[in-house]
Design a protein. Structure first.
Length: 125
């Protein structure tokens, strides 16, 4: 797989709720940084954070608006949509940067978004 197709598959796995397949595309020591939050290092910490976040989410609908790849770096412009367990929908405009290692696994995943938008969208979750 190319770096771009790996990131596209990663997002498809979020949308199909196949989290094990999503984790399989990441290094064991993956660095996940949702900016402006604190970074998370390693799959166990990533799983814990995602499990906590997804507790209020029924499903995801992440839409890629633009994607660019340069070697092992892939940039995405997305809207990350969520159907919440309470029936509400939430959407976060997100810019993602993914760095892949020589084995084609995601080594670093950084997402940039507006924390006020996240708080507003998930306020009633």
């Amino acid at each position: 797989m190319t770096p771009q197709s790996t990131v596209e598959a990663f997002i498809r796995h979020w949308n199909s709720n196949d989290m094990e397949a999503m984790y399989a595309l990441c290094r064991d020591d993956v660095l996940w940084h949702n900016i402006p939050m604190d970074p998370i290092r390693g799959k166990p910490a990533m799983r814990e954070a995602i499990d906590g976040f997804m507790a209020g989410v029924d499903s995801c609908d992440w839409q890629i608006h633009a994607i660019a790849a340069n070697g092992a770096l892939v940039l995405t412009e997305r809207t990350d949509g969520f159907l919440l367990k309470n029936g509400r929908r939430a959407a976060i405009r997100t810019m993602g940067a993914f760095e892949l290692d020589t084995d084609g696994l995601i080594a670093v995943w950084r997402d940039y978004f507006d924390m006020a938008e996240l708080t507003r969208e998930f306020a009633a979750a």
